[in-house]
Unconditional design. Structure first.
Length: 299
């Protein structure tokens, strides 16, 4: 099953554009429906016309070239690989945090990477805080979850929608955490970092797509994802009121916000895509990564 380069929709019978070589669904198969750069070559304006027409043609050709390069980069490095791109950005950001903390100051690190209740106007931290983390355990735990769950969701909803879901849920989750802190604990400055909100959004999508999806914890313990989701939500809700500012280093309200976004988005797309059936943390076992072959519906 191929993925449309324009909208990310999975297509059993994809169309390949003869002009640009891209793969598209029925809605975007025509060159004019996917902004095909090959259309520029059919434009008769300007190669041998007057100077103004040549300039106009050159400008259009330059824009077309930029679009082609952007599409090439997207298809080569990001398309169907956004999960790995996000993981790389997380670890690069964490190393950068350590370098800045040692060579500059913790305050500069916080200014660049921490979404803070006393400085919500630092809008860049709405995104940078998603990739920043508080320690090796924090980033390792999120990386494991995103590695396993993220790939499944990306394959089901397409890379473009997956990227939007990840960034939007991560940013909104962080804002929800500091918003809860401002409302429930006024005067107490708090900060939040981490991709946990995005991870919970991913889990929320999977919960809606297939609530009975089996997750193999510790390689052998089968647990339905709905049970994990409900348990995590209940824990975050109970502890959130007692630890508004992310006590014990856990941003419970960010988790709840991310999960809510994922559940809502799952409801939105559930009729558009095929749900996954089984997921395993680790090698071996039926249907999991590294296990024996699967029939229709596996990933």
């Amino acid at each position: 099953m191929a993925t449309c380069d324009e909208c990310g929709k999975q297509e059993n019978m994809p169309y390949e554009c003869r002009r640009c070589g891209g793969t598209f669904c029925a809605d975007h198969r025509l060159p004019e429906n996917h902004d095909c750069p090959g259309l520029e070559w059919d434009d008769p304006v300007g190669v041998f016309n007057q100077a103004e027409e040549r300039d106009a043609g050159t400008s259009r050709g330059g824009r077309a070239g930029l679009r082609r390069r952007a599409r090439s980069i997207w298809r080569s490095y990001v398309q169907n690989n956004a999960t790995f791109v996000f993981l790389l950005l997380m670890w690069v950001t964490w190393v950068t945090q350590l370098v800045i903390r040692v060579l500059a100051s913790p305050e500069l690190e916080a200014t660049l990477f921490v979404l803070r209740s006393d400085h919500p106007e630092y809008v860049w931290t709405w995104i940078t805080s998603v990739f920043a983390h508080g320690g090796i355990v924090h980033i390792a735990a999120n990386s494991i979850g995103i590695f396993f769950f993220g790939q499944v969701v990306e394959r089901r909803i397409g890379t473009k929608r997956y990227v939007a879901l990840f960034l939007a849920s991560g940013a909104v989750a962080g804002l929800a955490q500091i918003g809860a802190s401002i409302l429930l604990s006024p005067g107490v400055a708090t900060g939040v970092v981490g991709a946990s909100g995005a991870l919970l959004a991913i889990m929320g999508v999977l919960t809606i797509l297939n609530p009975g999806l089996t997750v193999y914890l510790y390689f052998f313990l089968p647990v339905p994802i709905w049970a994990l989701t409900i348990g995590f939500a209940a824990l975050s809700l109970l502890q959130g009121f007692g630890q508004v500012g992310g006590g014990a280093g856990i941003a419970h309200w960010a988790h709840l916000a991310g999960l809510a976004i994922g559940l809502a988005y799952g409801l939105y797309v559930q009729d558009q895509i095929e749900p996954p059936r089984q997921l395993q943390f680790g090698g071996g076992g039926p249907g999991g990564p590294g296990g024996p072959g699967r029939r229709g519906g596996g990933f």
